[in-house]
Design a protein around this ligand. Structure first.
Ligand SMILES: Nc1ncnc2c1ncn2[C@@H]1O[C@H](COP(=O)(O)OP(=O)(O)O)[C@@H](O)[C@H]1O
Ligand SMILES: [Mg+2]
Length: 197
């Protein structure tokens, strides 16, 4: 029997034998435009899901049509819920860093790297939710992808402030790490100005 297991702003996730991800309507958009956008974004997510599947642990695509993607159910634990108490933080972070490297090497920017979009199963960290992913050759986009992960870790796993450093140890693109520093400086500058105003 199909049952809903998660609902976000963009999609409803239900579980039958497989996961079914359905992009939901946005009532503030004209219906024709809304349909077109949801189909387009579903197509993009499908393509990237398939590409990522050949690189790193990712749910296997079963089928995709219009605004719906059916994919393999990863019956594991969300990294968000297990990371803080895990004895294998170093090992998990190493895997996460390696996998981000691989995606980036193949020009996939995940776009939503958080520990809610990672599932541990059989000692492998599956990356899910390619809903905001895109293809890019830019160093800047890679650096921002890492920056968002750093922010997400800071918010959810503040008890363990070294997680991001551990992840970066196995991220192998020096140019991107250099750019990340600039992205962060820019962020701080912006915040200072906001405070002053
Ligand atoms: N393939 C999958 N296997 C297991 N759980 C999944 C899978 N896809 C999604 N989920 C669960 O549903 C939640 C929301 O899915 P996600 O693709 O991240 O959608 P959203 O864009 O709404 O964040 C995830 O955090 C996870 O708990
Ligand atoms: Mg998600």
């Amino acid at each position: 029997m199909k049952k809903t297991i998660a609902q976000g702003a963009e999609s409803i996730i239900s579980l039958d034998k497989n996961i079914i991800k359905e992009r939901i309507r946005k009532s503030y958009r004209f219906p024709e435009l809304d349909n077109k956008i949801r189909k387009q974004t579903t197509r993009r997510e499908t393509k990237i899901l398939e590409k990522a599947y050949n690189l790193i642990p990712t749910p296997k695509l079963i089928s995709s049509k219009d605004t719906t993607i059916e994919m393999e159910y990863i019956n594991g634990k969300l990294i968000k819920n297990i990371l803080d108490s895990s004895k294998n933080k170093t090992q998990l972070c190493k895997q996460i860093g390696n996998q981000i490297s691989l995606l980036h090497k193949h020009n996939i920017i995940h776009g939503d790297l958080t520990t809610s979009n990672m599932i541990l199963k059989d000692d492998k960290v599956y990356f899910i939710d390619y809903g905001l992913s895109f293809i890019s050759h830019k160093t800047e986009d890679r650096a921002v992808d890492l920056h968002l992960l750093k922010q997400a870790l800071k918010a959810k796993h503040y008890k363990h402030p070294n997680l991001f450093t551990l992840i970066l140890k196995s991220y192998n693109n020096k140019e991107v790490i250099e750019r990340l520093k600039k992205v962060e400086q820019r962020g701080r500058y912006k915040q200072k100005r906001i405070k002053k105003n």
